[in-house]
Ligand binder design. Structure first.
Ligand SMILES: [Mn+2]
Length: 320
């Protein structure tokens, strides 16, 4: 749009009126034009690059898990809880893949991040990378929307900048996947070089891929059947939270029937914010508010889909 191109050399952030137009367009489920998207990506990268691997977040804040392109359900969340800047949000990754509207969902969140950088925190999930998006739908959706892979490349360069973790009020550490045998302290997270494609192994990969072990085998570390990250026992959760002065660890990454669930004697919570995941699982969505030193979890059901939606009768081809 001409309004955007009048400011080619302007420093971040963009004129707020431009970003407001993008946000209102995206909230109508309309993807941005490619030039707008390129502008959004380059500007939001400048914001994200300034953030630490451990983003310091102050309550009140609403904490959310996986979204996976379920646009109507993200709008439902905003209807129920409120929108930035009135409501502060911390999203723990997995914005894209599997659902039908990953382009709109992640574009909207990036635009909100650019517009309200202190009120929106976006962490990286294991789906925010080149390898996974080529398998589970986001690459195909980008190509279908923009008739080239340039938009996907733009998004990937933004994903390489997303922070890995956030620390709420110094006592709740948030990440997409979980803990790592390579990371005993939060300071060790702070010194990782995160500005790259998600590695296949190592601490950065573990933070985005690991799961708490809730089986009978609950001590120490073991391999993860996902083929990346680890599974960790409750002793690890107790040791890590104690030595880092944390109340608990908040993470996403695994669908929960009830939207959220506590593990390891309250030292770990899993929050999953895509209701009826992949339009067929039947789970509730969850989110957590942190305010005045307390945390409260809530759930919501899948939003009705627009009957005119061309996808409404089809199941996602990327469910497995
Ligand atoms: Mn995940």
């Amino acid at each position: 749009m001409a309004a955007v191109q009048q400011y080619p050399g302007m420093c971040c952030p963009c004129p707020s009126s431009d970003v407001d137009v993008w946000i209102s367009q995206l909230k109508k489920k309309q993807a941005l034009e490619y030039q707008q998207l390129e502008n959004l990506c380059s500007k939001v990268k400048e914001v994200l690059t300034e953030e630490s691997n451990v983003v310091e977040v102050s309550s009140p804040v609403t904490v959310c898990g996986d979204l996976h392109g379920q646009f109507y359900d993200l709008m439902e969340l905003f209807t129920i809880v409120g929108e930035p800047p009135e409501t502060n949000y911390l999203f723990m990754g997995d914005y894209v893949d599997r659902g039908y509207y990953s382009v709109q969902v992640v574009s909207l969140l990036l635009a909100m991040k650019l517009r309200y950088p202190q009120r929106v925190t976006l962490l990286r999930g294991n789906h925010e990378c080149r390898l996974t998006t080529q398998v589970y739908g986001f690459y195909d959706e980008c190509y279908a929307t923009y008739q080239s892979c340039d938009a996907w490349k733009c998004f990937m360069s933004v994903f390489d900048c997303l922070p890995l973790t956030a620390l709420i009020d110094d006592v709740i550490l948030c990440m997409h996947g979980g803990l790592s045998p390579s990371l005993e302290s939060i300071d060790q997270i702070r010194v990782l070089d995160r500005f790259q494609e998600l590695p296949h192994e190592g601490p950065m990969s573990d933070l985005l891929w690991s799961d708490p072990d809730d089986s009978g085998w609950r001590v120490g570390w073991r391999d993860n059947a996902r083929g990346a990250g680890f599974m960790w026992g409750s002793d690890v959760s107790h040791d890590f939270t104690y030595s880092n002065n944390l109340a608990f660890v908040s993470r996403a990454h695994q669908v929960q029937d009830a939207g959220y669930n506590w593990y390891h004697d309250g030292k770990v919570i899993t929050i999953f914010s895509a209701p009826n995941y992949c339009y067929r699982v039947g789970n509730l969505a969850g989110y957590m508010t942190v305010e005045d030193g307390t945390h409260t979890c809530y759930t919501f059901e899948a939003a009705p889909r627009d009957a005119s939606d061309t996808h409404s009768k089809n199941l996602t081809p990327y469910f497995c």
